[in-house]
Design a protein around this ligand. Structure first.
Ligand SMILES: *Cc1c(COP(=O)(O)O)cnc(C)c1O
Length: 415
């Protein structure tokens, strides 16, 4: 059987997929608060990754592309499987699904992209080339087009490469005066990194106001910024012309999917710069029918989830972990919730690296290389590390907690 076939055969899914443990977890929560049963562990060993010789990891860290994003809820996996059985016109599918998404989120227009990074690139292309067929063909050669995008210096980040892919130059500003001075007839777009709100001197609101006054489209990269769920509509309502969210993060859509939300003319332009159209800058960022359908169903699901109950369950998982760890001598624990991105409960642990002879790097390595392999967040607090139940499966909090305790107890015994 070809490799791609594994996830799209429902029977296979239910008998041998790695997602089985996820499904039982999500559906019944029967594992709640208990270590994983032998049965579930056996299923984990027998999954596709075991057959490929690839280790699976317990994700106590959150949504990260290198760690393969999030896990598909069963209804999303099933929708993708169903979508894989029929031919459709991608263009028609994009338009129909885009309209439905726009209605769900009460925004003007929407489309499904290959990810938030893909949405940044397409949004920029839409602002630069618009719907002009000659310009669309010519990108990233900007002859005859606007060639600058304004960004706050503190908002520079790895994903602004997606802006630069269009060929434009990033113009850095710090103050509002800088911003006023930087806007000119070459300015194609004003990019904002939502997560950097507190680092920049120009607020979301002012960014939008200046954009409107100067007639320059504004873009907000809010890729990882749900929950809370209302943020999905918030920034378009605030006046941003384009907003993106990753589909493979909190929404639990396909890992290779994203939302581009915004002004109708710009979304139409983005689609013209996108696959399936050839000779466009977006053609290499293909989104298939499975991703388009998958993200739509994931979004529908996400809007129905009881987020309060979900939050309480996260708190319960954290409590279990905190109880197990806090009694280890020399260890301090505490909780925090990041303000914007990954706005979910976290538990941090701190210990005296010198006294206990355990550096943060060693701790992370021990967790990663142990059995089972656990990924955590090393850099949120100085001299410590954090874990979050955000992407944990029910029952895994017990495994993570006992492993953390084991490592900490081991070193405190030696020292
Ligand atoms: C994750 C992330 C992206 C990229 O999202 P993908 O869906 O993986 O392409 C872009 N910007 C920010 C701020 C992110 O956190």
């Amino acid at each position: 059987m070809p490799l791609w076939g594994w996830s799209f055969s429902r029977r296979k899914f239910l008998t041998e997929s790695s997602l089985l443990s996820v499904f039982t977890g999500l559906a019944g929560l029967r594992l709640w608060g208990r270590p994983m049963s032998e049965e579930v562990q056996a299923t984990k060993r027998a999954n596709i990754y075991a057959r490929l010789g690839v280790r699976t990891r317990i994700n106590a860290k959150g949504v990260y592309t290198y760690l393969s994003g999030s896990l598909l809820p069963p209804e999303v996996a099933q929708a993708m499987e169903e979508a894989s059985h029929h031919f459709v016109l991608i263009d028609e599918l994009q338009h129909v699904v885009g309209e439905k998404i726009a209605r769900l989120l009460e925004v003007e227009a929407a489309c499904v992209t290959s990810g938030a990074a893909g949405a940044i690139m397409l949004g920029t292309a839409a602002c630069v080339a618009g719907k002009d067929p000659q310009k669309i063909k010519r990108l990233p050669d900007l002859t005859g087009m606007k060639s600058e995008v304004i960004i706050q210096k503190s908002h520079r980040n790895g994903f602004d490469h997606a802006v630069r892919n269009i060929g434009v130059r990033l113009v850095e500003v710090e103050t509002e005066e800088d911003l006023e001075r930087a806007t000119n007839e070459k300015t194609a777009m004003m990019y904002f990194l939502n997560d950097a709100q507190s680092q920049g001197r120009i607020s979301l609101k002012r960014w939008v106001e200046v954009g409107k006054r100067r007639g320059i489209p504004t873009f907000n990269d809010a890729a990882a910024d749900v929950p809370p769920v209302f943020r999905l509509s918030e920034y378009n309502k605030l006046g941003f012309d384009l907003v993106t969210f990753s589909g493979g993060k909190a929404l639990r859509g396909p890992q290779c999917s994203g939302l581009l939300l915004g002004r109708k003319d710009l979304i139409e332009a983005a689609l013209l710069n996108n696959n399936p159209n050839e000779d466009t800058i977006g053609r290499p960022m293909k989104v298939g029918k499975e991703e388009i359908v998958g993200l739509y169903v994931a979004l529908e699901r996400y809007l129905k989830v009881d987020h309060e109950v979900e939050w309480k369950n996260w708190e319960k998982q954290l409590e279990t972990m905190e109880k197990t760890i806090s009694s280890v001598p020399g260890v301090r624990t505490g909780r925090f919730v990041p303000e914007v991105a990954n706005h979910v409960p976290h538990l941090y642990l701190q210990w005296d690296e010198k006294a206990m002879g355990l550096t943060r790097e060693d701790f992370v390595k021990k967790l990663r290389e142990g059995e089972p392999s656990i990924e955590c967040l090393p850099d949120e607090y100085p001299q410590g590390l954090s874990v979050t139940p955000y992407m944990l499966q029910p029952g895994e909090e017990v495994i993570v907690a006992s492993r953390l305790r084991e490592i900490l107890t081991e070193v405190s015994r030696v020292h």
